[in-house]
Write a protein that binds this ligand. Sequence first.
Ligand code: BGC
Length: 418
Amino acid sequence: MGLFAILSHMFEKKFPEGFYWGAATASYQVEGGIEDCDWAEAARAKRVPPCGLACNHYERYEEDFDLAQSLGHTAHRFSLEWARIEPEAGKFDKEAIAHYRAVLTALKKRNIKPFITIWHFTLPLWFSQSGGFERADAPEIFARYASFVAEQLGDLCEHFSTMNEPNVFGSNGWLRGSWPPFKRFAITDLISITNSGRIFEAKATKGLKPLFTYFKVMKNLAQAHNLAYKNIKKASPQTEVSVVKHVIVFDANWNPLNKLKAKLANYFWTGIFMNRTYKHCDAIGLNYYFYTQFGDKRKWRKTDMDWNFAPEHIYDALMMLKKYQLPLFVSEAGLADATDSGRAEYIKRQVTGMWQAIEDGADVRGHLYWSLLDNYEWALGFEKRFGLIEVNYVTLERKVRSSAYVYKEIIEHNAVVE
Ligand code: BGC
């Protein structure tokens, strides 16, 4: 070994043996052809952009998994489309299950460990039109669906997340009013810190009531998770069940008032939901995108979403979740970067932040970049590019971005090498 090799070995940031690496997607954002859910209906009403065929991942998953495999991925997170599986209340579709079994088999064939998210934002029309998560019996309805999929797919998958980002779903639907069902709490303008969906917000119903409904929905979501957890464990006891939690890191400068604000904001966004659910989790998935500091005077470099370019603060998000004393995994983290000019740096800094959290005691087991493919970015349509793989939406051609190879190198070394 030459001196350089010895030195770089000494300074490499190594991950634990068996650490898994890959990327994530979500059904509505990539599959295409989903028409009987609330988002498709909102698109028909011209409240959000149409999703259409998206990446046609529903038919091209084999090709996409070949690419993931060629990029060294050992794990993959994807979601099931509830509207496909339960097109009518209590009636389940065998063909949809057969499809997702084929997807799981395709991953297995490539030695890629599957992570299923049972529900990622979109609701079947029969459910959304009858009140969705505002319904008092929503937890039972959700848990019935969750136990069905665990029974049907549990033999092919060991990791199920019940739901994706309950707080984002609740706040975009009932506080900001930018997503279905478009209810807007009147003072949200004053506290909004992100831009996702701004172009459509004007059409939301404004008022004070959405705040109360938001709290009701959040309570129902926590109960839905807890009940689903119990049902899944009954149907498939060997399964690891998690929730995927979006964590915003609210930080503060020296000012005690700002410190108090940050504490309250973290409690509101992360504490309330996690306190209600962590006892019904075998693991927690972290989705990290935002770092913000009260009293911050710095001028941040921005991603294409206009979010602070702050990948290393994934460290703080992981340390916030560490207190629940459960295994953690990064279920999403990444950036929109159409030119791919900052993605490699972002990934390296993000993975370094995660390494530091592990050094400091967080039990992190894996990392799933968002996203494998460019995809439908909800109310912002197809313009934002999160993919390791670029998608041409006219020809549906896939093209691997050069940052994907930087990620591949990290995976192959199971380490960040400076
Ligand atoms: C969601 C994804 C979304 C990504 C980027 C997460 O909040 O789970 O569906 O595309 O962030 O905005």
